[in-house]
Design a protein around this ligand. Structure first.
Ligand code: NAD
Ligand code: 0WE
Length: 258
C-alpha cells in the first residue's frame, strides 16, 4: 500500500471529472495526500471547489486560479500555496493547448504564433511551475507530466502538439538532471488516447480509438484510472530510483509495428 499521509500535492489541469488530472488526483487523495488544485480561469472556480469536495478535500485541500502562460499568476499561486502549506511533495502537470487552427490544418501551415502558444502553454509551463515548486520541496519531491506518443510518431492532425510533446519529454530529462541533487524526481506518463475535453471535437478521434483496440496487445483503450495508478506509483517512494523517464500507459500500443 502506498501511503502519502502528510504529503501535499499540487495538481495543474483538472478541468472536470473526465480530465486525466482528476483520476490522478483521486489516486493521490486515496493514498492520503492533501490536494491543491490549480484551475486555469475564474470560470472554473466554482467547479474546482466542487471537485475538491468530491475528492474528499473540502477541509484540508485548496483550489487556486492560475493561467500557466502568465508568470505573475504562477508567482501569486505559489505565494498563496506557501502561505498555507510550508512544504510541497508532489506536482502534477496535466496541461496542454494548441490553437484549434494548428490541430485542424496541414502541419506545413503552422503559424509562428500558434507554434509559440503551443510550446508556451504545453512545455515552458512545466519549467515555470517546477522552478517555483522546487524551493517548497524541502524534503525532496516528485514532478509528473502527461505526454502522448505523437511526440515520436506522426498522428494525423496532432501536428504542432507532437512537436511540443517531443520538447516536453526532453524537458523532463533536463529538469531531472537539474533537480536530482535536490532529491526531486521528474517523470512523464505517456497515456494512450482517452476521450477528455482536450480530445473532444478532434475529427478522427474515434478512428484513433478503434486503431488501438485492433492493434494494441491488450486490444482495448486505456482508462483514466490506469493512468492515475501509474502516476501514483511514479510519485511514490516505490519509484524512488526512477527519474527523467517516460512511462507508457497505452495498453502496449507503442510496441507494435503494424
Ligand atoms: P483536459 O482538457 O481535461 O485537460 C487539459 C487541461 O489543460 C485543462 O484543465 C485546461 O484548463 C488546462 N489548460 C490549458 N491551457 C491552460 C493554461 N493556459 N493555464 C492553465 N491550465 C491550462 O484534457 P486531458 O486529456 O486530461 O489532458 C491533460 C494532459 O494529458 C495534456 O497534457 C494532454 O496532452 C495529455 N494527454 C491526453 C491524452 C488524451 O487522449 N486525452 C493522451 C495522452 C496525453
Ligand atoms: O494532447 C492531446 C490533446 C491536446 C490538445 C487538444 C486540443 C483540442 C482543442 C491541445 N490543444 C487543443 N486545442 C483545441 O482547440 N491529446 C493527446 C489528445 C489528442 O489530441 C489529438 C489526438 C489525440 C490523441 C489531436 C489529433 C489527433 C490525435
Amino acid at each position: 500500500m502506498i501511503d502519502l499521509k502528510g504529503q501535499v500535492a499540487i495538481v495543474f489541469g483538472l478541468a472536470n471529472k473526465r480530465s486525466i488530472a482528476y483520476a490522478v488526483a483521486q489516486k493521490l487523495a486515496e493514498a492520503g495526500a492533501t490536494l491543491v488544485l490549480s484551475y486555469q480561469s475564474e470560470r472554473l472556480k466554482a467547479e474546482s471547489e466542487e471537485l475538491l469536495r468530491e475528492l474528499g478535500q473540502a477541509e484540508s485541500g485548496r483550489a487556486f486560479q492560475c493561467d500557466v502562460s502568465r508568470d505573475e499568476e504562477i508567482d501569486q499561486l505559489f505565494a498563496n500555496v506557501a502561505a498555507v502549506f510550508p512544504k510541497l511533495d508532489i506536482l502534477i502537470h496535466s496541461v496542454a493547448f494548441a490553437p484549434a487552427d494548428a490541430i485542424k490544418n496541414d502541419f506545413l501551415l503552422t503559424s509562428r504564433e500558434d507554434f509559440r502558444i503551443a510550446h508556451d502553454v504545453s512545455v515552458y509551463s512545466l519549467i515555470a511551475v517546477t522552478r517555483r515548486a522546487a524551493p517548497l520541496m524541502s524534503e525532496g519531491g516528485a514532478v509528473l507530466t502527461l505526454t502522448y506518443y505523437g511526440s515520436e510518431k506522426v498522428f494525423p492532425n496532432y501536428n504542432v502538439m507532437g512537436v511540443a510533446k517531443a520538447a516536453l519529454e526532453a524537458t523532463v530529462r533536463y529538469l531531472a538532471a537539474s533537480l536530482g541533487p535536490k532529491k526531486i524526481r521528474v517523470n512523464a506518463v505517456s497515456a494512450g488516447p482517452i476521450k477528455t475535453l482536450a480530445a473532444r471535437g478532434i475529427g478522427d478521434f474515434t478512428q484513433i480509438l478503434t486503431a488501438v483496440t485492433e492493434r494494441a496487445p491488450l486490444h482495448r483503450n486505456v482508462e483514466q484510472a490506469e493512468v492515475g495508478n501509474t502516476a501514483l506509483f511514479l510519485c511514490s517512494p516505490l519509484a524512488s530510483g526512477i527519474t527523467g523517464e517516460v512511462t507508457f500507459v497505452d495498453c502496449g500500443f507503442n510496441i507494435t509495428g503494424i
